[in-house]
Write a protein that binds this ligand. Structure first.
Ligand SMILES: O=C(O)c1cc(=O)[nH]c(=O)n1[C@@H]1O[C@H](COP(=O)(O)O)[C@@H](O)[C@H]1O
Length: 241
């Protein structure tokens, strides 16, 4: 059994390269990785992503969801950036996930670390009502566990879920899958469009491997101090597993 600490990813959601570079520099010693997603990548392009990846460990969150061949080919095209973590949607199904995993294995054969493939389960902006609106008559917990089991069996290395589902996923899947958890809000901060939220300490206690925090850091008056406060909260929670 070893001591396990939850690590912090800052989501740098901005269309501005200068802004993202400023945040990445300010947060360099405060966070464990940065996340670049749709907004930054569409606005600034892959060269800009590559530049920031040279500064800090990268979670490239492009949430691919298409037919298996298109997703696998898209992931392959992204491999020169060599992020640590990449996302696809679990809803694409087992063949899409299996082909994605295979393409990463192939591209990084013989190299030490390939990017880990994360399947996004139910977005943290959704609740039971929003699931019902798209024809899914299940609770987010039930749906996350159902999708999570399918995605890990098909070859995903880990899952994106809310902190509310961590215990059920660990019960169903054990400690192996990497659980990456957005929808994090320090006590007293605005929930914005997030529905299934928890504080950093609660997510750490539940067993998150990583938490993803965007606006509570990037919209703070002092992003570095906000990130440090979250790290302090995480460090106070020690879990053994
Ligand atoms: O894949 C993600 O990272 C993700 C999945 C999810 O279910 N919910 C979610 O919020 N995210 C991302 O996590 C970040 C959360 O940002 P904040 O709500 O500003 O903390 C955003 O960049 C989202 O794209």
């Amino acid at each position: 059994m070893s001591v396990h600490h939850t690590r912090l990813i800052a989501a740098l959601d901005t269309p501005s390269y200068e802004q993202a570079l400023t945040w990445a520099t300010e947060l360099e010693s405060k966070v464990d990785a940065i996340k670049l997603g749709l907004e930054f990548t569409y606005a600034c392009g892959l060269d800009a992503v590559r530049n920031l990846a040279a500064k800090q460990e990268l979670f490239l969150d492009l949430k691919l969801h298409d037919i298996p061949n298109t997703v696998a080919s898209g992931l392959k095209a992204l491999t020169p950036i060599h992020p640590s973590l990449m996302t696809i949607h679990a809803l694409g199904g087992p063949e899409m996930i299996a082909r994605s995993r295979a393409v990463l294995e192939e591209a990084f054969e013989g190299k030490t670390a390939r990017p880990r493939l994360l399947a996004v389960t139910v977005l943290t902006s959704m609740n039971e009502e929003s699931l019902s609106a798209i024809g899914i008559n299940a609770t987010p917990l039930e749906e996350v566990v159902r999708l999570g089991k399918m995605a890990i069996k098909a070859g995903a290395d880990g899952l994106v879920c809310s902190a509310h589902e961590i215990t059920a996923l660990r019960d169903a899947l054990g400690d192996g899958p990497e659980l990456v958890v957005p929808g994090i809000r320090p006590a007293g901060s605005s929930t914005d469009d997030q529905k299934r939220i928890m504080t950093p300490a609660q997510a750490a206690q539940a067993g998150a491997d990583w938490i993803v925090v965007g606006r509570p850091i990037t919209r703070a008056e002092n992003p570095a101090a906000a990130a440090q406060a979250i790290q302090d909260e995480l460090q106070a929670v020690t879990r053994c597993r």
